[in-house]
Design a protein around this ligand. Structure first.
Ligand code: X2X
Length: 338
C-alpha cells in the first residue's frame, strides 16, 4: 500500500477549504468508471472530434458515472505500444487501423487488399455485413471486444518528395513508409518498391529527414498531420481502403454493468457513423486545400498496379493467408480479384 503523501493530503485539504470558504459547489464526485482511450491521430481529425462527442454523451447519459479520457496523437506511445496496452488493460479503448490490428489478428487486414474496394457503397456493405462480422469474431478470439461500427480512415493515396507516381513503373525502388503491417510490406514489395514499416508517430520526421521519400495515407490525414510540409506530390491511387476498429480490453468491457455497456456502445457506434460522414465530406474538400499548400496532384490509372500485383503473385498468396472463407466474403463484396 502506498502511504498518502503529505503533499497530496495538504493539497486536498487546501482544495476542500478553498471550496468551502468561497462557497463554491464541491468538486464533482469522481467517476465510478474512469476509462482511457488512446489513438494515433491529431486532435483535429474527425476521429478525435467524434470520440470527444461520444465521451461527452457517455458522461451526460450516465450522470457522470462513466468518464472516458482521451489520449490522442500517440501521447501514450505508438501503435504497437497502444496495442500492447489495450491487451494488458493499461488502457480500455484503442482505435487501431485494420492494418495495425492485423499484427495480432491477421485476417483483419483483409479490407486492405490492394485495389479490392472501388467505393464506399462496397466498403460499408462489407464491413457492416458479413466480412465485418467475420473480422470481429476473430478479434474477439484474442480477448478484445470490437464495437459493431468501424470508423473510417479512408482510401489511401501515395505522396512523395521524389516525383509523381503515374504508374507501377514509378514505384520501382521507391523508399516508401508503410504502417507496421505485413500486408502493406507485401503489397509494396509486390509493386517493386522498398517499403519501410514505421509507426505513424514517426512518419513526419522520417519524411523530413529523408529516411524515406514517400508515404501513403488518406487525404484527411495528410492534411491534419501536415505531411504536405514534407512532401511535394500526391498521386490519387486509392490503392486500399482502410478503417479503424474501435476496440476495448475484453476484461474491462465485461466488467461494466449492462446498462453502462449499452450507453457506451450506442455512443461509440453512433459517433462512428457521423465520423464516416465527416471523412467523406473532407475527402471532397481537402484536395483544394492541399493544392493551395503546394502539393501537386495526379490521377494514376489503377491498371498497371493491379497487373503488377497479379504478376507478382500477391493476390494468390494473400488468398491463401486469409483463407477461403474470408476471401470468399471479400470477393462476394467486390467481385473476383485474381
Ligand atoms: O499509420 C498510418 O498510416 C495510419 C494513421 O493511417 C494508420 O493508423 C494505419
Amino acid at each position: 500500500m502506498q502511504p498518502i503523501t503529505r503533499r497530496i493530503m495538504l493539497g486536498s485539504m487546501m482544495a476542500a477549504s478553498a471550496a468551502s470558504i468561497a462557497g463554491l459547489p464541491r468538486p464533482a464526485r469522481a467517476a465510478e468508471f474512469s476509462l482511457k482511450y488512446a489513438n494515433n491521430l491529431p486532435v483535429t481529425h474527425p476521429l478525435n472530434l467524434r470520440a470527444k462527442e461520444a465521451a461527452d454523451r457517455v458522461a451526460a447519459e450516465t450522470g457522470g458515472r462513466v468518464e472516458i479520457r482521451i489520449f490522442p496523437n500517440n501521447q501514450l506511445g505508438g501503435d504497437t505500444d497502444m496495442l500492447a496496452q489495450v491487451r494488458s488493460g493499461g488502457i480500455t479503448f484503442f482505435t487501431p487501423s485494420a492494418l495495425v490490428i492485423a499484427t495480432l489478428v491477421p485476417v483483419a487486414a483483409i479490407n486492405a487488399v490492394g485495389f479490392a474496394f472501388s467505393d464506399y457503397g462496397q466498403v460499408w456493405a462489407a464491413m457492416d455485413g458479413k466480412l465485418g462480422e467475420h473480422v470481429r469474431a476473430a478479434i474477439a478470439q484474442t480477448g478484445l471486444h470490437a464495437f459493431e461500427r468501424m470508423w473510417d480512415n479512408g482510401f489511401r493515396q501515395m505522396t512523395s518528395s521524389a516525383g509523381p507516381i503515374n504508374s507501377a513503373q514509378d514505384m520501382d525502388g521507391l523508399k516508401i513508409r508503410v504502417p507496421v503491417s505485413p500486408l502493406s510490406i507485401a503489397m509494396f514489395k509486390g509493386l517493386s518498391a522498398s517499403p519501410v514499416s514505421l509507426q505513424f508517430s514517426e512518419v513526419y520526421s522520417s519524411l523530413q529527414t529523408r529516411i524515406v521519400d514517400a508515404q501513403e495515407n488518406p487525404l484527411p490525414i495528410i492534411q491534419v498531420a501536415k505531411l504536405y510540409e514534407v512532401q511535394k506530390y500526391c498521386s490519387l491511387s486509392n490503392h486500399v481502403w482502410d478503417g479503424f476498429w474501435f476496440i476495448a480490453n475484453g476484461r474491462a468491457w465485461d466488467a461494466l454493468p449492462a446498462d453502462v455497456q449499452s450507453v457506451v456502445a450506442t455512443a461509440i457506434n453512433e459517433a462512428g457513423m457521423r465520423q464516416r460522414e465527416d471523412v467523406k465530406a473532407l475527402n471532397e474538400t481537402v484536395q483544394a486545400d492541399l493544392q493551395s499548400k503546394g502539393l501537386a496532384f495526379n490521377h494514376p490509372a489503377p491498371d498497371s498496379f493491379r497487373e503488377k500485383l497479379r504478376q507478382s503473385g500477391f493476390y494468390g498468396e494473400w488468398k491463401e493467408r486469409f483463407g477461403d472463407e474470408a476471401w470468399g466474403l471479400l470477393e462476394g463484396a467486390v467481385g473476383k480479384l485474381a
